[in-house]
Design a protein around this ligand. Structure first.
Ligand code: ADP
Ligand code: MG
Length: 446
């Protein structure tokens, strides 16, 4: 296949994955320049464009390249006219919808967000904020692991608030892009414009704020911007992969500011939520996904919704390209490169390995016995299920014979503390993890 053919196919795959408007804005204007040593060079209209693609579509593009060529390939975006203005030029007919102007994806709405136990609180807080800007939780701080819906939710706030008030002055920006803009403003001596742009907003949606780690200048800027916005009664929403207090090098005053409103987390989705997300996505793609296949994928891809979606896109591509029937085997083929080759260890294996290490029967881990050794083994199991498998508190409780999620939370905190305080314990813990990941044969449960 020539470079042009590959890129045309890649764009076809991306068309299914990316919202039509975003596709038109960001992907349609790209042109392939050539392929050198496994790297596809792609011409794009500006530096800003290159940054945007890099930060928002890189994973999608790499995934599409792999789908088309069957190989791991890299991609490099080559801006065509040096440094451009910090706003995308009208290289395509500007789409009539307001969203792109605000950098919002139109598909990220509350309607398309599936709610389950894992994300209910964050969802409820986000809706409440969208309906009562500046009047309820301000700031709202949403945190959670990769691919769990933070960007979806923060943009849904923007889309909903805009629908209520089309004249709203809002800005959605990943912290990374804000940083690039700040650097540019410093270089070009336009810092004042930069300040004014952000300080005149009614709603600031700042995504992935953990990016601020080690960037003192940006922290300072955000601190003052945030103060100014709050004084003016404007709403600010942040997302991060961890709570404010766990962002290292974040200045104390910023930590207390960030945590001064409402801090909510998003947990990894439960099985029902994962199945519902798959079925919804399939429906959006007008693909008839049998529930049994959805369940199979959901049981294999547990902790990242982005990977869950990628699995479905792959399944659709495989099914339509090869004509093979939709079976569990085909679903396995679709997900094989997306999940860890051996998969994360099964919960059952974690129980078995921990029971072995503590010399207690597996059944005791699921029981109520509070003997010190058994209780500790149970707590370590909970901790590993969380840390290594990214399981939800509820699912962990279920694996251990129906324990309450607060018990699980307490156990995780306790083991975390023990690991830092007690070296001997930590060494034992690490041996357990090693054994778990060595693929050592799973001892039969006793
Ligand atoms: P994060 O920002 O936390 O890394 P994203 O918001 O980018 O995650 O979510 C990854 C993908 O998963 C997106 O395509 C998003 O639409 C989808 N997604 C996440 N959570 C949900 C949900 N609850 N319902 C439907 N889709 C979801
Ligand atoms: Mg995100």
């Amino acid at each position: 296949m020539s470079g042009e053919q590959v890129w045309a196919e890649v764009l076809n795959v991306l068309k299914v994955r990316v919202a039509p408007q975003a596709f038109q804005t960001w992907l349609a204007p790209t042109r392939v320049a050539g392929v050198v040593n496994g790297t596809v060079r792609v011409n794009v209209p500006s530096l800003f464009f290159a940054d945007w693609l890099q930060h928002h579509y890189l994973n999608d593009i790499i995934f599409a390249l792999k789908t088309v060529t069957g190989r791991e390939m890299e991609v490099e975006f080559v801006p065509q006219e040096g440094v451009a203005s910090p706003l995308p030029e009208p290289v395509v007919a500007p789409p009539p919808q307001v969203s792109s102007q605000f950098r919002l994806k139109s598909r990220y709405t509350f309607d398309t967000f599936i709610v389950g136990e894992s994300n209910r609180l964050a969802w409820a807080a986000a809706r409440s904020v969208a309906n009562n800007l500046g009047r309820v939780f301000n700031p709202l701080f949403i945190y959670g692991g990769v691919g769990l819906g933070k960007t979806h939710l923060i943009q849904a706030i923007g889309n909903a608030a805009l629908a209520l008030n089309p004249g709203l002055k809002l800005c959605y920006t990943p912290a990374e892009v804000l940083f690039l803009e700040l650097i540019q403003a410093i270089e070009r001596n336009t810092r004042l414009e930069f300040k004014e742009k952000y300080r005149g907003l009614n709603l600031l949606l700042l995504d992935d704020i953990h990016y601020l780690v080690g960037k003192e200048s940006l922290q300072e800027e955000i601190f003052y911007t945030f103060n100014a916005l709050q004084d003016a009664g404007s709403q600010v929403v942040f997302t991060s992969d961890r709570p404010p207090k766990d962002i290292p090098t974040l200045q104390e005053r910023l930590i207390s500011r960030l945590g001064s409103g409402l801090v909510v987390d998003i947990q990894p989705p439960e099985m029902e939520t994962r199945v519902a997300i798959l079925l919804q996505k399939a429906k959006q793609e007008q693909f008839d996904l049998p529930e049994q296949i959805a369940c199979h994928i959901a049981s294999r891809v547990r902790s990242n919704i982005r990977t869950l979606e990628a699995s479905l896109v792959r399944l659709i591509a495989l099914h339509s390209l090869t004509g093979k029937p939709l079976t569990v085997e085909l679903a396995e083929e679709a997900i094989k490169d997306l999940v860890h080759p051996d998969g994360p260890p099964e919960p059952k294996k974690v129980l078995a390995v921990v029971a072995e290490a503590f010399q207690v029967p597996v059944q005791e881990l699921k029981g109520q016995n509070r003997t010190k050794r058994i209780a500790l083994a149970r707590q370590v199991t909970m901790y590993i299920l969380r840390q290594q498998l990214n399981m939800s508190l509820k699912d962990i409780g279920y694996q251990l014979g129906g324990k309450d999620h607060t018990t699980v939370m307490h156990a995780i905190e306790k083991v975390e503390k023990l690991r830092t305080k007690d070296q001997a314990f930590n060494a034992q813990f690490e041996r357990i993890i090693k054994q778990l990941n060595n693929g050592a044969p799973c001892p039969d449960s006793r």
